[in-house]
Design a protein around this ligand. Structure first.
Ligand code: PEP
Ligand code: MN
Length: 336
């Protein structure tokens, strides 16, 4: 963090800032630029949040330096973290595809999807047991019965699976079935849940909060890593914008940025970003071209009857076409 003092800042005002930084354990460097004092403080703690710097007399501006976080930040680990889900590696180079329905609705629905996405080349199956619905009257998921169906589909297809966990009290239950846990956009700032998934051994997908900055998202990953679990895959799924022609605005810049700031793999969920199936293919292609380690795609054998998110789900043959196009784009940017 850099603090730019006003041109008329007094020696005492500079000293007050320097003293506070010192008390916080910062390494302080002072220089002069255009006759103004520049105080540069670096430390392991995020100084920006530790004091109301703008309110200190003589301070003109605080320039935050976005850092990747103590544990997940690139500055402490230059090689990429590869997250292993079942026998699938995410972040080792080749594009990985997670596909399946938003929610498990029945054994038939899940099996039809699982077999189809496996045939098309998906690497991991998705299908939730607990759904974070906006309305309490909407379908909430089948709970444990869904996890049992997912585990059965894993035995049949060989695909490991990921499922969302909404409640810290369900972490053990979901973790006892799933190969990977997902924290959804609505829970990115649920620190109790983040800590809980950080204390268990399964890898974690961390979706970006729909109104979260990159820095807040990385801090959320830091909560998980702090508990001992660094097997985290960051998932960009769009942020809320002003334009309602799409459900969320996919922030493609998050892909290279988070890969630059952290050592974690980054995936993209074009389905929940767009909220409409016609945009899923182009957004998925863009994600791969931008360097995403993989994509997460909603597929449903009968989207018109889906209990959740039918409007964004691809039919199995549409997913098959998406896989073919993804391979072409991956090859065009030197990936597989
Ligand atoms: C989901 O993947 O099913 C989901 C609910 O996504 P998000 O948390 O991104 O809305
Ligand atoms: Mn969904």
């Amino acid at each position: 963090m850099i603090i730019l003092m006003r041109p008329d800042a007094t020696g005492d005002e500079v000293a007050q800032v320097v003293e506070k930084l010192g008390a916080l354990g910062a390494d302080v460097h002072i220089s002069t630029e255009d006759g103004r004092t520049v105080v540069n403080g670096t430390t392991e703690v995020r100084l920006r949040d530790e004091a109301p710097w703008d309110a200190f007399p003589g301070v003109e501006r605080v320039v935050p330096v976005v850092r990747g976080g103590r544990r997940v930040g690139r500055q402490n680990k230059s090689d990429n973290t590869v997250v292993v889900v079942g026998d699938v590696k995410i972040g080792d180079g080749p594009v990985k595809v997670i596909a399946g329905p938003c929610a498990v609705e029945s054994r038939e629905q899940l099996f039809a999807t699982a077999v189809a996405v496996k045939t098309s080349g998906a690497h991991i199956l998705r299908g939730d047991a607990f759904k974070p619905r906006t309305s309490p009257y909407s379908f909430q998921g089948l709970g444990k019965a869904a996890l049992e169906i997912m585990a059965e589909a894993r035995s049949t297809t060989g695909l490991p699976f990921v499922a969302e966990v909404l409640d810290p009290r369900d972490v053990d239950l979901v973790g006892s079935y799933a190969d990977m846990l997902r924290v959804g956009t609505r829970n990115m700032s649920n620190h109790a849940l983040l800590r809980e998934v950080g204390r268990q051994p399964k890898p974690v997908q961390l979706k970006r909060g729909m109104a979260a900055t990159i820095e807040e998202w990385i801090d959320a990953a830091e909560y998980i890593a702090n508990e001992g679990n660094s097997d985290i895959v960051m998932v960009e799924r769009g942020v809320r914008g002003f334009d309602n022609s799409v459900r969320n605005t996919l922030d493609i810049s998050a892909v290279p940025l988070v890969k630059f700031l952290t050592h974690l793999p980054v995936m993209v969920d074009p389905s929940h970003a767009a909220g409409r199936k016609d945009l899923v293919l182009p957004l998925a292609l863009a994600a791969v071209a931008a360097g995403a380690d993989g994509v997460l795609v909603d597929v449903h054998p009968n989207p018109y009857e889906a209990l959740v998110d039918g409007g964004q789900a691809l039919l199995p043959h549409e997913f098959d076409a998406l896989m073919s196009e993804l391979r072409l784009v991956a090859a065009a940017v030197g990936r597989s």
